[in-house]
Write a protein that binds this ligand. Sequence first.
Ligand code: SF4
Ligand code: SF4
Length: 285
Amino acid sequence: MAKSFDELAAAHPCFAVGAKVNKGRVHLPVSPGCNILCRFCDRKINDVDVRPGVAATIITPEEAVEVVRKAVELCPDITVAGVAGPGDTLATPYALETFRLIKKEFPDIIKCMSTNGLLLPEYQQDIIDVGIDSLTVTVNAVDPAIQAQICGGITYKGKRYEGLEAAEILIRNQLSGIKAVSDAGVTVKVNTVLIPEINADHVETVAKTVSEAGAKIYNIIPLIPQHELNWCSAPDCRLLSEVRGLAEQYINVFRHCQRCRADAAGIPGGEDFSKLIYIRPVVQE
Ligand code: SF4
Ligand code: SF4
């Protein structure tokens, strides 16, 4: 059975509402590909960039189990094994396979998975069955006209969609998936990338909508202006604090996101152990 929200608030570093905790996570970069085109996404395989979407290497589900073994040995405060990229966790089968293997050897570790949510209707039962404790869905807009400015298109059931059509499918699947997974007792966190020029006035509506769908905690992540959204600005602290305050009317807000790499290991914001545990050689770009 999935851990409750209260259990996660005590043991998962990214569910501690209002306070930092001294618990750690290991991110397992088993998911290379993606099925949507976020205009700010710049996935990289390297050792240097410290941001989401970057990992030193891609590993197999079997290697991921070995990584968890090494990580908890090096840092016993690690309570969470997560998959957060570099691509989408449901676009390839490796994340769910990783969690199946981890569950056998580490029945008590918190299993945490992030997704863009496009394939939630197809995989929500697998997520529940494999025992994911916390699911993060990135929802950047619930209005298709706004989402279409953030996401350039999707590939869904073998077909390419763009514009409003793509945005409508993505939003529908995200919200129905959040509802189904939450109804089954899995704690859902929603991430929204705050883009001042596109969705700042819309974040309050996203928070309200995902809360109504069953999400329990909300994480507003400031945009790193890059790729096709390099013309946008990075939100300042005042805007971030303002939209967090608006969102908080509807849902718990997490305020300590460190925008971690897809292979981060250790306590967020503390020493990173990933260089000691990942399998080399590193592919440099
Ligand atoms: Fe990049 Fe994630 Fe968006 Fe896919 S869902 S394009 S990996 S940010
Ligand atoms: Fe937690 Fe943010 Fe790091 Fe994800 S990116 S593990 S939410 S601190």
